[in-house]
Design a protein around this ligand. Structure first.
Ligand SMILES: [Zn+2]
Length: 257
């Protein structure tokens, strides 16, 4: 059974944590250390009281998340924040978080796995952030309706619902872009337009993105922030389990979004 340092070194390297830029609150890597070895890993999309409880209930010594402990910024450690920290420390559970490094990974990243799940083959990037493309793009000859049906199936697996901007049943998706999580905003729509994309597949986006997309002739499929970001952590848990001969459990706490 590996110590946290060994497992974290493997994750840091596999995810290129040092080389991928991110938002300051992402704090990629080990966020909370433990003292003992790692016998079991729990994975979850979000760090929350529910996922901490799920990890402890599963007997995990490491909770691997996409949105980490510091996502909400600097906050006093009181109330539920104190309780979950106390629970983690008293059960000797470490926390490791991977945000954009997990979004962009070419084989087990959220975007690569979402494209694969939808039967899309990427040929380029999309959703520029600093020095990286967070998302993917490519060409297809799929009916937009068929693409939406595949996206709807993923959303419903995680108690979510597909929201799609209106489109004609005969419409075909020729050039698509994928960006999981909060993938739609004014800048991604502008970029999609510049790249000549006709269909965007994202986790979520504000209402005005649906209005802007229609003006630009782009259809947006909002598949759910949660559903689109289950893919990476689940895959990462399996990789860690295989690498170290330990077990991995996914703690499913859908947000409804
Ligand atoms: Zn996210």
């Amino acid at each position: 059974m590996p110590a946290l340092a060994l497992l974290a070194e493997f994750l840091d390297t596999a995810l290129n944590v040092v080389g991928i830029p991110d938002y300051p609150n992402a704090v990629n890597g080990v966020q909370l250390a433990n003292a003992g070895d790692i016998q079991r890993v729990a994975t979850a999309v979000d760090f929350s009281s529910d996922t901490v409880g799920g990890a402890i209930g599963a007997g995990a010594n490491l909770l691997l998340v996409h949105h980490g402990m510091f996502w909400g910024g600097v906050q006093p450690i009181v109330g539920s924040r104190r309780q979950r920290l106390h629970a983690l420390l008293s059960h000797d559970v470490a926390v490791y978080s991977a945000h954009l490094p997990l979004d962009v990974h070419p084989s087990f990243g959220n975007n690569a796995l979402l494209a694969k799940r939808l039967g899309l083959e990427a040929s380029g990037g999309f959703a520029r952030y600093q020095s990286i493309d967070v998302g993917l793009s490519g060409t297809s000859d799929l009916a937009t309706q068929a693409l939406a049906a595949r996206a709807r199936a993923l959303a419903s697996e995680y108690r979510g619902q597909l929201v799609a901007t209106p489109f004609d049943v005969t419409r075909v998706t020729r050039r698509w872009g994928v960006c999981t999580g909060a993938g739609a905003d004014s800048s991604t729509l502008r970029e999609a337009h510049e790249r000549g994309l006709d269909t965007l597949i994202v986790g979520e986006g504000p209402h005005h993105t649906a209005v802007e997309a229609r003006e630009l002739g782009i259809v947006v499929l909002y598949v759910g922030h949660y559903a689109t970001e289950t893919l990476g952590v689940r895959a990462l848990g399996d990789i860690v389990a295989k690498q170290f001969g330990i077990s991995s459990t996914f703690v499913d706490v859908p947000t409804g979004l």
